[in-house]
Design a protein. Sequence first.
Lengths: 256, 208
Amino acid sequence: MTTRQPPPLNRANAEAILTGTATERSELAQIIAAARGSATSAELAGEAAAMIRFQAARLEPAAAHGVTVRKRMSDKLLAAKVGIAAALAAAATGGVALAAAAHTQTEPAHHALPASTSVAAPSHDGTPTPRATRAAVPPPPPSHAAAAPAAPTTPGGVGSHFSASPSPSLHGLCIAYLANEITGGKRMDNPAFGALVTAAGGKNKITIYCLTLLRADRQPTRPARSDSIGPPILSPGHRLSGPPDVPPSGPEGDQS
Amino acid sequence: MSPARHAAGGDPDTSLTRAVAAAQRGDDAAFTQVYRAVQPGLLRYLTVLVGPDGEDVASETWAQVCRDFSGFQGDGDGFRAWTATIGRHRAMDHLRARARRPVAVTTLDELMALPARDDTAGLALESLSTAAALRLIAELPRDQAEAVMLRAVVGLDANAAGRVLGKRAGAVRTAAYRGLRRLAEQGAGNLVDRTSDRSRPFDAETVR
């Protein structure tokens, strides 16, 4: 113990302690300093998953339209992603795995989405993986429900859309890998990921590699870059089931 | 870098403001910057609120943040407050849901992989771990713990913390002050001296 007699606390030094500007070395100041200690890698473990969601939300603002994306949805998404991983494990090769995954993931949580293509997947919380697998997808139509059956993409024709991409199988593996990462699965257990390790140049580089790969593939397929953040995510249909609890403009409206 | 803006020196919030704006334009690297600046403090705040499920709640929080990101308007400080507000709502939902089902009480120790008590007692105060400090704060009455966390760890001023909590700034100052007093009274000495009692995060029954 360095100090057994902390200086008396008053409003002034309390503020200094709270804001980290205190010069004293009291126990209290050290407790607060410890609470505010450097970030650990464990605390940032969700970064890849957050990035996926960020990219998905940017890519697919329509996904937020009319979809009741509440917390329970993430469970459904994860179930769908587990399906991808299962498909991968069963098929064991990238291209086949992707096709299988595409079929698998259209099932579980796809009720409310504008199913613009056969490969469109259950991105209820906005995971970009399925979207990243396709090319030449038209912009979301104004009316999702009406336009859904008119999707132009050939069912199952996944591989044919990857003309600008390194390899369809790597895409599939990346999708499965990233999905598995979201679910916290044991992604490296499957030998099928060996190709990813090789392509990425190491196990610890796979996430970066995959994000880069999927993003690079995505770029030429999108009609216009500016569309990505065009439509407001907070659409009228976004929270029809209840009052918005958090206004996007800031916390001022918080009532709780 | 510290999760709190105050401790990093300079004015990181200027860079956070820029990063938030760039991320809203679709800049992935900027989003990474935003995440790394905000997540540690957010996660610690949520962990103090809900305990071991803090990571899940943080994940839910980021999912909502990402969805609504393009609609956000404000600077870096505002973004911290916004994410904290979303996180708090998700945490309250979580606690309400937990209150409706039996749950094994898990301690912060287990979550944060704290050293064993014997080891903890041997630590010099200088090496007081973040986890141990959070455990102490989590033992405060919740309003005090929240005020301390939002101000000291998330890095909000009293006004912004008040908006997160739905309180006036003065009430936040008072709660934080009382929390500090209590920490000073029982804080590190308590941490080192006690051997048996186990801390735990706020129980669901404290949620109204």
